[in-house]
Design a protein around this ligand. Structure first.
Ligand code: ADP
Ligand code: MG
Ligand code: MG
Ligand code: MG
Ligand code: MG
Ligand code: MG
Length: 669
């Protein structure tokens, strides 16, 4: 999450009155910062990953797994150790194989059962750093576990399978429902108690005028009732006005219904942040990585269970979107536009809607024709010197209201800070984020964050996907690749990625020719084979480009396997062959190349179906469980066994340091 300031948080009616001021001040801070940082050059090519964990407490005697709400105690204990390490009185990392690495950083998250961990310092450009990622991720798990109770452990399931059921799925137990969330399924204590989080949840609900509404289609197994009416919904509650939501039709037939921010923001993801050498390169990376968002979402699918039921979707994304959707009925188009400024097609947590690179290859046809922008803000930014593309991007983010406002921050505008800017920026949860340098840190540059991936069960997988994205960025920059498609196709792809088994059953829009200019046939790489480094020089001295055809001919529907491994007809070379080609073009020693090959092999095999996604593995686990009744219900006992199996998998991985575990576990035979 974003900033954790302290102060008096305004409740919604008061916050709403100050929204305009916060936006204006945020834009002034952005302009001041942009002026200061736009000429920044030669920043180091750094990157960093973020891994999020659920903290579970296992009761082996009762065969129960619960979420532990011990986040604050664990973080406090971790911080004590970090302070000792900084003071130099902690044991040297030579002993544990992490010599030269700083101890990992741990951060709070929305869920009081969550932790986030990042490397102690960002990774560098060198290949040697790539080799440290997996072991560093394992180390983070060990360090986190060392600060937990003996029966607690960090696991990397995206969601806790029985969050929001009627059983005592949290420790300590609190009954629903509290004044902030007003959920009939989860207590307010499920959220981080820092004032920012309950305020965020309450103000989203107040602004909407009702609770958030998540309806996920249930997976219909042979014994699942039809029609399926979510049996956990209580229609006879009268504690809060919002208890009427379900009587007004909030819970849909054949869906699992959820009503609180925790069901979305309580999910774990894998995010990667890249620092670019300058703003131009950052803008280019932002655009080129954007079409990859839904592809990587489908590849990392790991979310087949909600609230104790198998669902018919494989990923978390839209549930988070629903969980923080603060749009009013007018903005949603359900009521005539009278008080609000515009209809807004997407939640503030959604796929992104802008391209920002000043790239001659960016055609006007790629833009979203329905993009909503605040024209006054756009004008202010352009009057302040910003180009139209970037001004449009921020004027789009700034159509939202700030949700958490501290009254102390409204006394004086400080142009050397970014707090008001970050207020809007950090609550626009799009699948790409363009991060300006912080005004107070000279050594930090323009960064781009890739945010769509689901957390993976093992660190081998988490390292593999992190490294894959890093190598793709290198290939993009090295070959000047072009993945542009109309941004609406990316929005559609994001929806497509939700379908059960989308990775194999669905097709995604993708650009056919990724090369900077069309090359003569003879220099085009043949499919599948890694085209040699000499090809890249051919790429760099292109023939005069032919006139552009209609945009629709530039892309087509492809399978994930086509996109990752290349099309059989040679129409798209494939992301892995592009990465291999990049690796061929630079000097990588044999040992490093072998190491990287094991990661690329995971991606390749997952795309072609040899290996399963986490979602598929979890579905098979439930289906084969002796207690499963084929009625979509994931019982407490199944949940316990699943969590246990997941914990055992990462423990094994840690013990044997093996990269082979994932390769074994999902194999079809
Ligand atoms: P967020 O706001 O997304 O939580 P953080 O500031 O917590 O972002 O950092 C996210 C990731 O960015 C971490 O992995 C961190 O190591 C990495 N990171 C920090 N500084 C830089 C930098 N200058 N360049 C690239 N990555 C960085
Ligand atoms: Mg996080
Ligand atoms: Mg973070
Ligand atoms: Mg964040
Ligand atoms: Mg942060
Ligand atoms: Mg992040």
């Amino acid at each position: 999450m974003g900033l954790l300031a302290l102060g008096t948080a305004l409740e919604w009616p008061e916050a709403k009155k100050k929204a305009h001021q916060v936006r204006q001040w945020g834009i002034e801070q952005l302009l001041a910062n942009w002026r200061r940082a736009k000429g920044k050059e030669r920043d180091a090519l750094l990157w960093g990953d973020e891994v999020e964990y659920l903290v579970v407490a296992l009761d082996d005697a009762a065969k129960k797994s619960r979420l532990s709400l011990a986040q604050a105690e664990i973080l406090k204990s971790l911080a004590r150790d970090e302070a000792l390490w900084k003071a130099g009185s902690c044991k040297n990392n030579e002993d544990n194989g992490h010599d030269g690495e700083e101890p990992p950083h741990f951060h709070p998250e929305f869920g009081r059962f969550m932790l986030e961990a990042t490397p102690g310092r960002p990774w560098g450009i060198g290949f040697k750093d790539l080799l440290k990622v997996e072991s560093n991720m394992k180390w983070r798990r060990e360090v986190a576990k060392a600060h937990m109770a003996p029966n607690e452990c960090p696991i990397t399931l995206t969601t806790f399978p029985r969050l929001g059921t009627k059983d005592d799925y949290i420790q300590p137990y609190y009954a629903p429902s509290g004044p902030a969330l007003r959920s009939q399924f989860v207590p307010d204590q499920i959220a981080n108690p820092h004032i920012r989080f309950p305020t965020l949840a309450a103000n989203i609900r107040s602004r909407r005028g009702r609770k958030v509404e998540l309806n996920v289609p249930v997976f219909k197994d042979t014994n699942t009732p039809t029609p399926f009416k979510d049996p956990t919904v209580n229609y006879d509650l009268y504690n809060w006005p919002e208890d009427a939501d379900v009587r007004n039709g909030a819970a849909k037939v054949d869906h699992v219904y959820m009503d609180a921010m925790a069901f979305g923001m309580g999910s774990c993801c894998l995010q990667i942040t890249f620092q670019a050498k300058n703003m131009t390169e950052g803008r280019r990376l932002y655009d080129q990585l954007s079409p990859l968002g839904p592809i990587l979402l489908a590849l990392t699918a790991a979310t087949p269970i909600y609230k104790g039921f198998l669902v018919d979707t494989d990923v978390r994304w839209n549930q988070i979107g629903g969980a923080v959707d603060d749009r009013t009925p007018e903005e949603l188009g359900e009521a005539p536009l009278e008080n609000d400024r515009w209809r807004i097609p997407k939640s503030r947590y959604a796929s992104n809607s802008t391209y920002i690179s000043q790239d001659p290859r960016l055609r006007k046809e790629y833009f979203d024709p329905d993009l909503v922008v605040d024209e006054d803000i756009k004008k202010r930014l352009m009057d302040g010197g910003m180009d139209e593309l970037l001004a449009t991007h921020f004027a789009h983010l700034f159509i939202r209201d700030p949700l958490v406002i501290f009254s102390e921050d409204l006394e004086e505008l400080d142009l050397n800070k970014a707090d008001h800017f970050e207020n809007l920026q950090s609550t626009n949860w799009q699948h790409m984020r363009f991060k300006p340098p912080p005004p107070d840190k000279d050594d930090v540059g323009w960064r781009v964050e890739f945010r769509s991936m689901e957390i993976q069960i093992t660190d081998f997988e988490n390292a593999a996907f992190s490294i894959f994205i890093v190598l793709i960025t290198r290939a993009i920059l090295s070959f000047d690749l072009n993945f542009y498609i109309p941004i609406q196709r990316t929005t559609e792809n994001m929806e497509t990625a939700h379908a059960r088994n989308a990775i194999h059953d669905r097709k995604f829009y993708f650009r056919k020719d990724p090369f900077p200019r069309r090359m003569p046939k003879s220099t085009q790489p043949s499919n599948g084979s890694a085209f040699s480094s000499t090809t890249s020089s051919a790429v760099n001295t292109p023939p005069p480009s032919p006139p552009l055809g209609p945009v629709e001919t530039e892309y087509e529907l492809m399978t994930i396997s086509d996109i990752v491994n290349g099309c059989a007809d040679g129409s798209f070379p494939g992301l892995i062959p592009l990465v291999e080609s990049y690796l061929n073009s630079v000097n990588v020693d044999v040992e490093t190349r072998c190491f990287l090959a094991s990661y690329l092999d995971l991606i390749r095999k997952r795309a072609d179906g040899t290996l399963w996604t986490g979602a598929r593995w979890i579905r098979e686990f439930v289906a084969k469980h002796p207690r499963y009744q084929h009625d979509s219900v994931v019982s407490e006992e199944i949940c316990y066994d699943l969590v246990k199996a997941v914990e055992e998998m990462t423990a094994q991985e840690g013990r044997h340091g093996s990269v082979g575990w994932e390769l074994l576990r999902g194999k079809r035979n």
